[in-house]
Write a protein that binds this ligand. Structure first.
Ligand SMILES: [Zn+2]
Ligand SMILES: [Zn+2]
Length: 315
């Protein structure tokens, strides 16, 4: 099968062996996949991953109870038996593999293998180019699953990229005191068009008045910047993962009693509902659609553009 392989560097392979599912695993034929900041970080060495890239996908199940139907898949493949799984923390399973990120081949390929329990059926009303956003939209909803956000809370989303846009749209459903701070006027304008207030970084409020700051910058500057925006006893939600080591003066967290919340994968059911109801509009984010063969180019484009989609199979 065709596959985009990371093994020190990225290469396109036309002759990669098709995976064979075992146990409760299901073979999924990939229809479409999305390039995400994490993929770009993996290419730079984050997680030391080697294997097929790609964790945002929609496809058709080839086997199992959903055979022949369109599916999306949660990316954490848990053992179901370790202490963390037993405590309901399956996304933190000590023995987990993560699709396209940790010891599990990903979706930038004709086929991938996904545990049946990770799969969710896609409603007929949600086309592939919308459904492919389920994973990142779920990650945006995870902020609400972890932090109680009230209608009166002043929330700043830091970053106007893919995840920043989605987090902003999700938070806009909860608070009207939302501000997105970014560096790109054209990316911010997409949010302005949805009635979301935005500011360029140098125009961000200097009064440290935000109750909650969500760092979606994907940059090591995100957390220090968030510290300049959050109020004492406020909360910083960290969505950014960066390859390598970051240095930071930690004293401000103590002095100002800041709560720092790391935030990763989220609820697929809620994300599919939001996409179906158009609570979150992902279409404006789609800036490129390339065939799988042009995957290397897609990864390069994704450093500049918003969402780059890989069209893997048709019909
Ligand atoms: Zn992702
Ligand atoms: Zn486990």
């Amino acid at each position: 099968m065709r596959a985009l392989l990371l093994d020190g560097h990225v290469s396109f392979r036309a002759d990669y062996p098709r995976p064979t599912p075992s146990g409760d695993d299901v073979l999924v034929r990939v229809s479409m996949a999305g390039v995400c900041e994490t993929d770009l970080q993996l290419v730079r060495g984050y997680m030391g991953y080697s294997g097929i890239l790609g964790h945002e996908f929609v496809g058709v199940a080839e086997s199992g109870p959903y055979a022949g139907r369109r599916v999306v898949g949660e990316i954490n493949c848990a053992c179901g038996t370790c202490a963390l799984c037993s405590r309901g923390l399956a996304t933190h399973c000590a023995n987990r593999t993560v699709i396209g990120i940790l010891r599990h081949d990903g979706a930038f390929a004709d086929y991938l293998v996904v545990p049946q329990r990770n799969l969710h059926l896609v409603p007929d009303s949600v086309p592939d180019e919308i459904a492919v956003f389920t994973e990142p939209v779920a990650a945006a909803f995870q902020v609400l699953a972890q932090v109680a956000v009230n209608a009166a809370d002043r929330v700043i989303v830091l970053g106007d990229g893919r995840l920043g846009n989605l987090c902003a749209q999700v938070l806009a459903g909860v608070t009207s005191h939302l501000l997105v701070v970014g560096k790109h006027r054209e990316k911010l304008s997409l949010l302005e068009a949805r009635g979301i207030r935005t500011a360029l970084l140098d125009g961000a409020p200097a009064d440290r008045s935000a109750d909650i700051v969500v760092d979606c910058t994907g940059s090591e500057t995100g957390l220090p910047t968030a510290l300049t925006l959050v109020r004492p006893r406020g909360t910083i939600v960290l969505k950014t993962t960066v390859a390598g080591t970051q240095t930071l003066a930690w004293a401000p967290f103590v002095i100002d009693e800041i709560t720092l919340v790391g935030s990763r994968c989220g609820p697929f059911g809620r994300a599919l509902l939001a996409l179906d109801r158009r609570e979150v509009d992902v279409r404006p984010l789609i800036q490129e659609r390339l065939p799988l063969e042009r995957g290397i180019e897609a990864l390069e484009l994704a450093t500049q553009r918003l969402k780059v989609l890989l069209e893997v199979s048709r019909g």
